[in-house]
Design a binder for this molecule. Structure first.
Ligand code: FES
Length: 117
């Protein structure tokens, strides 16, 4: 099992919002979304289950206007930030790919490099 991998500082992700990060793991880029609600974090691969594009057309815009859901700007799919389930749009019922993660000592971590890929 690999050691945890730091993604970002926790305070880089606004509370009740999401931010994108690009990790370079063994020269393989991994495009991630980190969602934070208070001390709780979720990490998803930044690829829509509809056709695989990144969720944000506009840099840094991952949330619906009301701040309740993650949004794919390509065709408007909405996802629950708790688990990545698409609750509206062309991929309704599918999930964003969630990665094991945790928030500790002011840093968001991938739990294991092996599990992430
Ligand atoms: S690519 Fe995301 S809704 Fe179509």
């Amino acid at each position: 099992m690999s050691a945890p991998i730091p993604i970002c500082r926790t305070d880089q992700v606004p509370n009740r919002s999401a931010h994108g990060f690009l990790l370079d793991l063994d020269d393989r880029p991994l495009n991630l979304i980190v969602f934070r609600r208070d001390g709780d974090v979720r990490v998803f691969v930044n690829a829509c289950p509809h056709v695989g594009t990144p969720l944000e057309i506009f840099p840094g815009r991952f949330m619906t206007r009301d701040g309740r859901h993650l949004l794919c700007s390509t065709h408007g799919a909405r996802f629950r930030p708790e688990d990545g389930l698409c609750i509206a749009g062309p991929c309704k019922g599918k999930y964003l790919s969630a990665l094991p993660c945790f928030n500790r000592d002011g840093t968001v971590w991938l739990s294991s490099g092996d599990a992430a890929i």
